[in-house]
Ligand binder design. Structure first.
Ligand SMILES: *Cc1c(COP(=O)(O)O)cnc(C)c1O
Length: 431
């Protein structure tokens, strides 16, 4: 059936819920993508500095991952398997064990929750409560852990919390590292309130933390603060959970973001780039002795997304069997840091700070409106980039980790020019 042009026009606005968000900043229709490039229906190309919010760390349609998936589909490999055993799941688990867990001396059992980050967090929080018999969870200011009710209770963002419609309970929020910006030690404060039985903060089942707060504005926790928080969790009988959904899978330079901090979390959540291909998949990694789940206690229909297992395995095999990829990420991170630092130096009236770590970096322009102007200006010139932070005041670079130096430079040039243009406009207005 052919659709009338008038029917086709604006079906998104006519038929799709107002809940859509990214579509508003990038009002074109995308039709194809490869590597770090996305194309719209007019053939215009965009460099992708959003990469599915770090779900596409290996870029769009990675040829090796795509080939593995096509071959699997061509031979009628099982698509959907609930949580039954398949060769696809076996191959993933073996690769994950050999390439990721063993070399890092981590003995996690792998839970496949429903295939979203929020569900991995739900599983982690439920299990921590079940293991400890406690209800309270400690999470941190500006933390983001997903928008289902359990995960949302641990999330700071007021806009998202406002959508809940019920009380978001069972969580106590504490200040993240350097929250006050005055050098005060928020880990010591945490230890103090947990040590005082009359502080009013109930003994926690778990402390959940991001090593770099992705949605919260690229706030970076120091390794020493993270280590302290881990030992505070241990001291007070709470599980230590690292939510590595955005900062993990190489985004900050190592497979797990907590490797350089030498942490040993009790539970780790992964999602976003674990499938490597943008396919839904999530993992909750659990220390063996804490795996007290009863069969099916936390279940979900789409836990056995075999297509995601195939691409996830291919990604681990291609990039993580040796140290070469980490080296490449570190080189690209240096290029990115250098470019952002130049942008800041050149536009010091507009850009007040640099944020982030590894390939998870951005510039702080202190105003959501200015950040939005930069995003719009960049988009017009062929760059997809987004913001994060309390007021969306951080312009955030999440390029594919596999981006070529050429594309990285191209994108950074567009961003540099966009900041310049917006800075100029604001100096003219001020004059
Ligand atoms: C994106 C994200 C989540 C939620 O993942 P969804 O797949 O969107 O549910 C949780 N934690 C962190 C740190 C995230 O960045």
């Amino acid at each position: 059936m052919a659709f009338e042009k008038s029917e086709k026009q604006n079906v998104f606005e006519r038929r799709e819920s107002d809940v859509r968000s990214y579509a508003r900043n990038f009002p074109v229709k995308f039709v194809s993508s490869s590597g770090a490039t996305v194309r719209d229906e007019s053939g215009k190309e965009y460099i992708d500095f959003l990469a599915g919010c770090s779900s596409l760390n290996y870029g769009h349609n990675h040829p090796v991952l795509k080939k593995a998936l096509i071959e699997y589909m061509e031979r009628d490999g099982v698509t959907h398997s609930l949580d039954m055993e398949t060769d696809a799941k076996e191959a993933f688990l073996l690769e994950f064990e050999q390439t990721i867990l063993k070399p890092r001396s981590l003995d996690y059992v792998v839970q496949f929750p429903g295939p979203t980050g929020a569900n991995a967090v739900e599983a982690a929080l439920k299990l921590a409560r079940k293991v400890t018999g406690r209800e309270n969870i400690i999470s941190f200011t500006n933390g983001f852990h997903g928008v289902t009710l359990g995960a949302l209770a641990a999330t700071g963002n007021g806009h998202h919390r406002g959508g809940a419609g019920v009380a978001l309970g069972g969580v106590t929020r504490m200040p993240y590292d350097n929250y006050f910006g005055d050098g005060s030690d928020s880990a010591a404060q945490l230890d103090r309130v947990l040590s005082d039985s009359s502080s009013g903060v109930d003994a926690p089942a778990a402390i959940i933390v991001e090593t770099v707060q992705g949605e919260g504005g690229l706030n970076v926790a120091s390794f020493s603060w993270l280590k302290k928080v881990q030992s505070i969790a241990r001291k007070h009988g709470a599980l230590f959970i690292v939510d590595d959904i955005q900062a993990g899978i190489g985004r900050t330079g190592t497979f797990f973001s907590f490797e350089p901090a030498e942490l040993n979390p009790d539970i780790v959540t992964l999602a976003k780039s674990i499938s490597g291909f943008g396919l839904p998949m999530a993992l909750t990694l659990i220390k063996r002795d804490l795996d007290i789940w009863k069969p099916g206690e936390h279940n979900g229909t789409f836990r056995g997304n075999c297509h995601a297992f195939i691409t996830a395995k291919a990604a681990l095999e291609t990039y993580w069997r040796d140290k070469k990829f980490e080296q490449e990420i570190s080189e690209k991170a240096a290029i990115l840091e250098n470019a952002l630092s130049n942008i800041k130096d050149e536009n010091s009236s507009l850009v007040v700070g640099l944020k982030g770590r590894g390939m998870m970096r951005g510039i702080d322009v202190k105003s959501g409106d200015i950040a939005a102007e930069i995003v719009t200006e960049a988009f017009e010139h062929g760059l997809i980039i987004e913001t994060s932070g309390t007021d969306d005041e951080i312009v955030k670079c999440l390029t594919p980790l596999t981006i070529s130096n050429d594309d990285l430079e191209k994108g950074l040039n567009i961003l540099t020019q966009a900041v310049r243009t917006v800075a100029k406009k604001h100096t003219q207005q001020a004059a």
